[in-house]
Design a protein around this ligand. Structure first.
Ligand code: GLA
Length: 754
C-alpha cells in the first residue's frame, strides 16, 4: 500500500517506488510536514523537528507556556496567513468580519484507491490499481473554513500530486485572497532552484539561483502561464546535476496566472509554495460553497535532474495526455504559416499539399488567414467563417481536395481572440475583455474574448463544432497571441471581478474539454505565439504544443533543452523551416534542421513547392528515418548528454526502456579548427549486451566525394563495419561523436543490440 496511516498518532506516510513523504498531526492539531525524499521506512521521523524558543516567534494561545512551540518556525503541510506564521503562506482568507486569519487543525482523513479528480480542472489520472489518494481534513475552528488536502500517489512513477479543496462551513461569506495548491517545508536551507524564464521566440531558458534568505518568486500575471516564466521549477542540492544529487520537481497543471515562491527563513529552513498567483485573485466563497485549487505534480530524484525529468515525461505521456492521440502515431505535418503568412489562395495550398503528399508528409495544416477578413493581423479574429473568396471555394471543397491528395487536413484557430474590426466584435462589444470607461490595451492589434462567460464559451463551442462537422478536419492548432490585461468581465458583479482571471481559465478548460470529447478524432496542438502557454495543464487537452515561434534549429537547441527538463519530446511541436531562418536569419543545413525537429513532434513549415529537388529527396529520407525510429524517439527514455552551453556540441539521447536500442543526436553549434573529440557517456543500455553503431549519413549527401572519403577514413573505430561494443563500454568509456564537416553539422547515431 502506497499510503500508510497511523490514525491514532496522526502519522501519514506516502511511499512511491523510490521516495517517501511523511506528515504528522501533532498534539496541538497542527499538521506538520516531516519528510520528503529518498525512500525510507514508515516509522515516525518527527523526532528531527526541533522545538526551540525563537524570540519574536509567538505561540498559539492553546499552548500554555510552551514558548518553543511556534507556527513561525514549525514545518507545516499547509501554512496560513495571519495567525503567527510570518513566512510566505499558502492560504490567506478574509473572513466575513473583515479579519484576515485562519489557523488550521487536523480533523480527519480518508484513504481511497485510485487517483482523485478535480472538477473542471486538469489533473493527473491513473487506473484504480495504479494510484492511491489520501485526503486530510483540517479546519479553522473560528471561521469554520474546512481544508481538504489531497495527495495522489503514483507509486511506480515516483509522483505525488497535490491539490486543495476549500469549503466554507461557516455562516458568513468569506473571500479567498490566496489559495495555493501546495506548501512544502524543508527543515534545512542549503538549496538552489532552477526556474525557466524567457520571452516570445526564446522560451524556457534556465536560471539556477541559490535560495538565499528572503523570498524568491517567479510567476505570471499575464492571464496565461506565459513565455516569461514557466509553471515548473526544480529545487535541488547545490551539487546536483544530470546524474547526481537530490532534486525536487514541481509542475503546475495550470494554464493561467501562477506563482512559485521559495523562502529561506530565520533558522535556515526553506518553504516552497506553488499556486494561482494571488495578485489577480479574490474568490468569494458563500456558506456551503467549495473552491478547488489546480494541481501540482511533484517528483523527487536522488540521482539528479535526468531521473527527475524522466519521471515527469512518463507521467505526462501516460497520466496527463488523454484521448486517441495519446498513444496513436501522430502524422508528419506541413504548416503553411512561414511559407505564405496571410497571402495564399486555395489553389496554392492544394499545390503545396500535392507536393508534400508526394514526399511522404501526412497532414496539411492551414494556418492563420482562412476566415473572415483576415489578410493581415489587423482584422477578422472572431469571424470563424471561411473566406471563400480568398480560398476560391468552400472550406469543405478545399479540405476535400487536400484529402484527395492523400493528406489529412488541419486548421488554425485563435478562439480566445477578437479583432475590433470583426463582425463578432461589432455584434458583441461586451464580449471583449475591457475595463469600463477605459480603452483596452491592444496587443497584436487584438482584444481578448471573455472566456469567463458561459455564453461566449457556448458560442465558440458551437462555431467550431459546426466547422468540424462540415469539414474533414483531423487536426487543430489552438493559438492565443497575446497576454491578458484590463481584467474585467461585463458579466461579473463588482465584488466578483477578482475571480475573473481564474474563471477565464476554467472557461477555456470547459471549451477544450467539450470539443476534445465531442471530436476525439481531432489532434489538438496548443500554441500561444509558440510556447506562451506550454504547461502540464494544457497537455491534458492538447497532447502537443508548438514549442516556440522560433523555428531556427540552433536557437531551438536551447529552447527544447530547457523545455525537456519538465516536458517530454512528444509534447514539443517542432518543424523544419526555410533558411535564412525567418527569426534569426541563420543558415543551417537541411539535415540538421531535420535532426532538431525530430526531437519533437516533427513536421515542416516552408514552401515545399519551392525547395530544390535534392532537398525534396532529403525530406523523403528524413520522414523514412523518423518513422522507422518513431517509438524510440517519442516514447524512449530521454537523456541530456551535453547542454547547449557546451563549447562545441549539444547532445541528447533517447533509449528504449528495455535497453535494446538508443538514438544519440549531436549538433555542433560551434565548430573549431583541429577540434578536440566529443565523447559522451551513453545511458540506458544493458551493460553486458553488444551493440553496433549505425551513423545516419544523411548529413553527408551534399558533400563532395573526396570529403566523404576523407571523413570515412577518420571515422572512429567503433563505427567501422562489423565493430560491436558493450553497453558497459558505451556507458563508462563513452561514444565518440564524429567530427563536424561543416558549420552546424548534426549526427544521428542509432545504437542497436546485435
Ligand atoms: C502565432 C503562432 C504561429 C502562427 C501565427 C499566426 O504566432 O505561434 O505559429 O500560427 O500565430 O498568426
Amino acid at each position: 500500500m502506497a499510503i500508510i496511516a497511523d490514525g491514532k498518532n496522526g502519522l501519514f506516510t506516502l511511499h512511491t517506488k523510490n521516495t517517501t513523504y511523511q506528515m504528522k498531526a501533532d498534539a496541538f492539531g497542527t499538521l506538520l510536514h516531516v519528510y520528503y525524499g529518498e525512500r525510507t521506512d514508515h516509522t515516525d521521523k518527527s523526532y528531527i523537528i526541533c522545538g526551540r524558543n525563537r524570540g519574536f516567534s509567538g505561540n498559539p494561545y492553546g499552548m500554555g507556556k510552551r514558548k518553543e512551540y511556534s507556527l513561525d518556525v514549525l514545518p507545516q503541510e499547509y501554512s496560513c496567513y495571519g495567525t503567527g506564521d510570518y513566512r510566505i503562506s499558502a492560504l490567506k482568507v478574509q473572513n466575513g468580519d473583515g479579519s484576515q486569519a485562519v489557523q488550521l487543525r487536523f480533523q480527519d482523513y480518508r484513504i481511497r484507491k485510485g487517483k482523485y479528480a478535480i472538477p473542471g480542472l486538469p489533473a493527473v489520472y491513473a487506473l484504480e490499481e495504479e494510484a492511491d489518494t489520501l485526503e486530510v481534513i483540517l479546519e479553522d475552528a473560528a471561521s469554520k473554513v474546512e481544508i481538504h488536502l489531497l495527495y495522489g500517489v503514483l507509486e511506480e512513477n515516483d509522483i505525488i500530486t497535490r491539490a486543495v479543496k476549500i469549503i466554507n462551513r461557516g455562516d458568513d461569506g468569506i473571500l479567498l485572497q490566496k489559495a495555493a495548491s501546495m506548501n512544502l517545508d524543508f527543515l534545512d536551507g542549503d538549496y538552489e532552484w532552477l526556474t525557466f524564464y524567457g520571452r516570445h521566440v526564446m522560451e524556457r531558458n534556465i536560471q539556477r539561483d541559490e535560495l538565499t534568505h528572503g523570498i524568491h518568486a517567479v510567476g505570471s500575471v499575464r492571464g496565461t502561464s506565459s513565455h516569461h516564466y514557466n509553471p515548473f521549477a526544480i529545487v535541488c542540492e547545490k551539487n546536483a546535476d544530470e546524474e547526481k544529487g537530490s532534486c525536487y520537481g514541481f509542475s503546475f497543471l495550470y494554464s493561467g496566472e501562477f506563482q512559485m515562491e521559495a523562502e529561506k527563513d530565520q533558522v535556515d529552513q526553506t518553504r516552497v509554495i506553488c499556486g494561482i498567483h494571488p495578485d489577480n485573485f479574490a474568490w468569494n466563497l458563500r456558506p456551503g460553497e467549495a473552491f478547488d485549487t489546480p494541481e501540482v505534480m511533484m517528483t523527487y530524484s536522488g540521482a539528479g535532474f535526468g531521473t527527475l525529468s524522466r519521471n515527469l515525461h512518463r507521467t505526462i505521456r501516460k497520466n496527463i495526455c488523454r484521448g486517441e492521440w495519446k498513444e496513436k502515431r501522430r502524422p508528419v505535418l506541413i504548416n503553411n504559416w512561414e511559407a505564405t503568412y496571410f497571402q495564399f489562395s486555395g489553389e496554392q495550398l492544394v499545390q503545396m499539399a500535392r507536393k508534400a503528399a508526394g514526399l511522404g508528409i501526412e497532414l496539411f495544416v492551414l494556418d492563420d488567414g482562412w476566415f473572415g477578413k483576415r489578410d493581415d493581423d489587423n482584422s477578422g479574429l472572431g469571424d470563424w467563417y471561411p473566406n471563400e473568396k480568398k480560398l476560391g471555394c468552400t472550406l469543405k471543397e478545399l479540405a476535400d481536395r487536400i484529402v484527395e491528395c492523400g493528406m489529412q487536413f488541419g486548421l488554425w484557430f485563435e478562439p480566445e481572440a477578437v479583432s475590433e474590426d470583426s463582425d463578432l466584435y461589432r455584434a458583441h462589444p461586451d464580449w471583449a475583455v475591457a475595463v469600463p470607461g477605459r480603452q483596452p490595451d491592444l496587443s497584436r492589434n487584438q482584444l481578448v474574448l471573455d472566456f469567463s462567460r458561459a455564453d461566449v464559451q457556448d458560442y465558440i463551442i458551437g462555431r467550431m463544432s459546426t466547422i468540424f462537422e462540415e469539414t474533414p478536419v483531423t487536426y487543430v492548432k489552438w493559438d492565443f497571441n497575446r497576454s491578458i490585461c484590463d481584467k474585467y468581465s461585463m458579466a461579473l458583479e463588482a465584488q466578483s471581478q477578482g475571480e475573473f482571471a481564474h474563471r477565464y481559465v476554467l472557461g477555456l478548460y470547459r471549451v477544450l474539454e467539450t470539443l476534445t470529447e465531442k471530436f476525439p478524432r481531432i489532434l489538438f496542438e496548443g500554441c500561444s505565439g509558440g510556447g506562451g502557454r506550454f504547461d502540464a495543464g494544457m497537455l491534458y487537452y492538447t497532447p502537443q504544443i508548438w514549442c516556440s515561434d522560433n523555428s531556427d534549429a540552433i536557437a531551438r537547441l536551447s529552447i527544447q533543452y530547457g523545455t525537456s527538463f519538465g516536458y517530454p519530446i512528444s509534447a514539443m511541436g517542432a518543424h523544419v523551416s526555410a533558411v535564412p531562418n525567418h527569426q534569426t536569419a541563420r543558415i543551417v543545413p537541411f539535415a540538421t534542421r531535420g535532426s532538431v525537429a525530430m526531437a519533437g513532434t516533427f513536421g515542416y513549415e516552408l514552401d515545399i513547392t519551392k525547395i530544390p529537388e535534392a532537398e525534396g529527396e532529403e525530406v523523403k529520407r528524413q520522414i523514412h528515418w523518423f518513422k522507422a525510429h518513431y517509438d524510440l524517439i517519442q516514447s524512449g527514455e530521454y537523456y541530456r548528454l551535453r547542454a547547449p552551453s557546451d563549447r562545441q556540441c549539444t547532445v541528447w539521447e533517447t533509449a528504449d526502456p528495455k535497453g535494446k536500442e538508443a538514438l544519440v543526436t549531436a549538433v555542433y553549434h560551434h565548430v573549431e579548427g583541429n577540434a578536440a573529440p566529443v565523447t559522451v557517456k551513453v545511458q540506458g543500455l544493458c551493460q553486458e549486451v553488444y551493440y553496433r553503431m549505425c551513423l545516419n549519413m544523411e548529413g553527408m549527401t551534399q558533400l563532395p566525394e573526396e570529403m566523404r572519403e576523407k571523413f570515412l577514413q577518420c571515422l572512429p573505430y567503433g563505427y567501422h563495419e562489423g565493430e560491436t561494443v558493450t553497453g558497459a563500454a558505451l556507458r563508462q568509456c563513452g561514444l565518440v561523436i564524429p567530427e563536424a564537416l561543416e558549420e552546424f553539422q548534426a549526427w544521428q547515431i542509432h545504437i542497436v543490440e546485435v
